[in-house]
Design a protein around this ligand. Sequence first.
Ligand code: T4K
Length: 392
Amino acid sequence: MSTDQSSDIGKKQQVVFDDPVYVTRPYLPPLNDFLPYLEEIWRERILTNGGPFHQRLERELCDYLGVEHLALFSNGTLGLITALQALRVTGEVITTPYSFVATAHALHWNGNKPVFVDIDSETLNIDPAKIEAAITPQTTAIMPVHCYGNPCDTEAIRKIADNYNLKVIYDACHAFGVEDSSGSILRHGDLACMSFHATKVFNTFEGGAIVCPDAKTKKRIDQLKNFGFVDEVTVVAPGINGKMSEINSAFGLLQLQHMGEVIHQRQEIDQLYRAGLENMKSIKCVSQIVGGKRNYSYFPILVDSDSSAGRDELFHFLKKFNVNSRRYFYPLISDFPMYRGMPSAQSDNLKVARRISDSVLCLPIYPGLSRNDAEKIVELIQQFCNTSHNSS
Ligand code: T4K
């Protein structure tokens, strides 16, 4: 479809959104409910360094998520970097090109070489069948991503890791509260890292956490996130400052009380989109996992690129109506300048990831997006599909 045709579509439809709609908006509890937490911080004057709110949030998150040990972080990226440090990961690490750039950047910051492996066309997660071919004598770990909160094939990945004596660190930044048929998916791997960024299902403004298998590992990670200190005068490792502050921790405690409602509202939008889009010829909703518990963190669709109007045209069309969808994850990480020269970044190696990255669009989904607005977004997509179909 030409740009002219695309603007014709815009003219036929009244502008339906006076205010911009974003791909996501953070959930915020009533401000008044946060004031008592702030008053306590002001009274006690403990602002950071593992204070009482930090300790409470770690405990309450363990209960909520159904895990035993967890270390809070100031953001998900520092969690990933520290997880690699904690397991003393060196050399090459097998990972996916289809993720937010922080996944590979964490490897880069740790001095590891990311080795990209293609993804599965249904789950959009790393394809376990292609991992073995990428293993070399320098490979020490695998860093898969539970993309959009869809669980990886954890069993297949575990078998490969066991056979080749590799560590597994899950980037579980999208996977807050997700469960498979046997419990939290955060229990898989040697470590799993979460993000509590403003754009995530559970947010602490900025924040993150590492789920640890035992108290000893958590202790080491707690030291690493506090410069490597074990006591006032002893530093055992070149740690970093990855601590979550008391304000963020207190906000997390309040936020946690609202998670049932937050996830329920996301689920309603997810169902509405699926019902509205399922019969549209050039649109495919990314499959949902069967069994377990989802968190509805993103709503990715794949736009058929064979038609004359593809993903980018739909992205710009929606923007004209004040609807800001996002192309998560385009470009592929392997296309960014610091990675694209690597042999594993070459297109032939990543055919599925490239096809998905060229056709994916994430639609707005967040608590507070009204049913009415979500219906209007479906209507706009319908209108786009009808017009582009007629004109092709
Ligand atoms: N691994 C994975 C798989 C990840 O997805 C991420 C983060 C990480 C690791 C690293 O975790 P952190 O270190 O970030 O904890 C956003 C987020 O910044 C990033 O956290 C997230 N993934 C990524 C998928 O998305 P941008 O550049 O797209 O964000 P931005 O600022 O464009 O926000 C998107 C929309 O959200 C805005 O259009 C409006 C809305 N928004 C955003 C913010 C920040 C708000 O309404 N309020 C806000 O405060 O990266």
